[in-house]
Structures are given as C-alpha cells and as structure tokens.
Write a protein of this length. Structure first.
Length: 91
C-alpha cells in the first residue's frame, strides 16, 4: 500500500530534511519497519529498543491515534497518511 509518512520539524534532520516520506506498508508495524530499514536514526527517535512507539511520540493514521485503533497492528490502505508527532512540554 502506498502510504505517506509526515515528519515533524524536529525529526527532519533524521531523513535529509524530508517533510513527508512515501513508503509502501500494509500496517503501522510494517511502516515502522520500513523506517527502521531506510531511516534508522528516525526510527530510534520514534521507537524504543523493544520496537514500541516511545511514550512521548504520538502516531496517527489519518486522524485516528494508533492506540485508538489496533496499535502497531493497525492496517493501512493506499492513500493513508501516517503522522508522527512529538509531545511538547515545558515550564
């Protein structure tokens, strides 16, 4: 499935400044595997050493958070947009 991964500004340095990455994946887990293979520094910033999405990172399929879907098993269809967002905090 042709999917677009949107990259937030702080993580663009991990993928040569790309704002979006076109990939082929049929699930969120597969999409993350593609990122691990093609953009290992981006993957490290999104996933922990177990392959789970880091607590401070939010991943959406279109407008739905993956935790409200089937998590990493959530399916993807052609044209879906996978958006990576980092939590913002401060004082």
């Amino acid at each position: 499935m042709d999917v677009t991964v949107r990259i937030p500004t702080p993580l663009r340095e991990c993928c040569a400044g790309a704002t979006e990455l076109p990939i082929e994946a049929s699930s969120v887990a597969e999409a993350l595997s593609v990122l691990e293979r093609d953009y290992p520094m981006l993957h490290v910033r999104v996933c922990d050493e177990t392959g789970a999405i880091r607590r401070h990172v939010n991943v959406f399929v279109n407008r739905s958070h993956v935790r409200d879907l089937d998590g990493l098993s959530a399916g993807l269809e052609s044209g879906d947009v996978l958006t990576i967002m980092q939590a913002v905090s401060g004082g």
